[in-house]
Design a protein around this ligand. Structure first.
Ligand code: ATP
Length: 303
């Protein structure tokens, strides 16, 4: 086999509960991940050496060297296999960069799946999950897809039962937000306001809404502890969130560390209308519709 293409979805966090800062600089999290139908595509082609090229609107914001998470994933897989494999990776990006939708982690997951296939390694998912966790806390979920709750740094995953499809609108922002900067701002706000971070707990009403496929109940339970920090660093997000609520979103939330905002609609038609309203109000660079949950990385052949 000469070339393998893997399509991989973005994620939104339905619940992101951030515990106290740990001694190792991380936070304990409860992270309910939900994969949605915005996809990057990674094509791995056999080659000597490792290289990566990125295509798409935001390609200029993604490194095309060893810092690229997809290259780091391919190198980690080769090391794990104990061989000096080579690969050329082509990433077609649609997931917003530094947008809080884990695009880099998605590309890393896609590269692991593609190279596992290209190099004929046949490693089980459990091995890829372990290699992925060393690359980034969001990579294991990107390998799973669907909907899952992550604990620890977000990497210990339990898949969740979901009783239906949810319709979303994502308001894309101009430029990204740095994930470490948003966590640091969250810590700063907590210190300045004397707020002790509670031990993160999974929201039972949210899990129940997911099980029942109840969009209205889910909308009311969406929660992101990083939201005040993201809004503090990007004040315009408050207006974007308000605009979505005014146009009937069942829930409005900053996605992960932002600046993408996620709105839950009550039908596919409502999602299309809501996206048009957000575009018309000029509160986002663009607004796109998507549905979830969707499965994780899918292998296909490109002609
Ligand atoms: P998360 O939601 O996991 O916090 P994010 O969606 O906010 O992540 P990413 O799009 O994953 O952010 O990118 C964060 C940074 O990682 C970018 O600024 C970019 O420079 C770097 N990066 C490295 N590899 C990639 C990649 N393949 N795709 C996107 N960004 C990458």
């Amino acid at each position: 086999m000469n070339s393998v293409t893997v399509r991989v979805p973005a994620k939104v966090n339905l619940q992101l509960a951030v515990g106290p800062l740990r001694d190792d600089g991380y936070h304990d999290l409860v992270n309910v991940f939900h994969a949605v139908s915005i996809f990057d595509e990674v094509t791995a082609t056999a080659e000597t050496g490792m290289r990566v090229r990125v295509e798409g609107d935001s390609a200029g914001q993604v490194p095309e060297d060893d810092d690229n998470l997809a290259i780091r994933a391919a190198s980690a897989l080769a090391r794990h296999a104990g061989r000096s494999y080579g690969v050329s990776l082509l990433i077609r990006k649609s997931i917003p960069v530094a947008g809080g939708m884990a695009g880099g982690s998605a590309d890393a997951a896609a590269a692991l799946v593609a190279c596992n296939e290209l190099w004929g390694l046949g490693l089980p998912l459990a091995d890829l999950l372990e290699i992925g966790a060393d690359i980034g806390s969001d990579v294991p979920f990107a390998l799973l897809g669907g909907t899952a709750v992550g604990t620890g740094r977000g990497e210990r995953l339990t898949p969740l039962e979901v009783g239906g499809t949810f319709h979303w609108v994502f308001a894309l922002a101009e430029g990204g937000l740095s994930t470490p900067a948003v966590y640091a701002e969250c810590d700063r706000i907590r210190e300045a306001t004397g707020t002790d971070a509670a031990w993160p707990q999974t929201s039972e009403p949210l899990l129940d809404a997911l099980r029942r496929g109840d969009a209205k109940a889910l909308g009311a339970e969406l929660a992101n502890d990083l939201q005040p920090a993201a809004v503090m660093l990007r004040r315009s997000l408050a207006r974007t969130l308000d605009a979505g609520r005014e146009h009937g979103a069942l829930g409005a939330i900053v996605s992960g560390s932002g600046p993408t905002c996620a709105f839950l609609a009550d039908s596919e038609t409502h999602a299309v209308e809501l996206a048009a309203a957000l575009r018309a109000e000029g509160v986002a660079r663009d607004a796109v519709t998507a549905h979830g949950p969707v499965p994780g990385p899918a292998v296909g052949q490109r002609p």
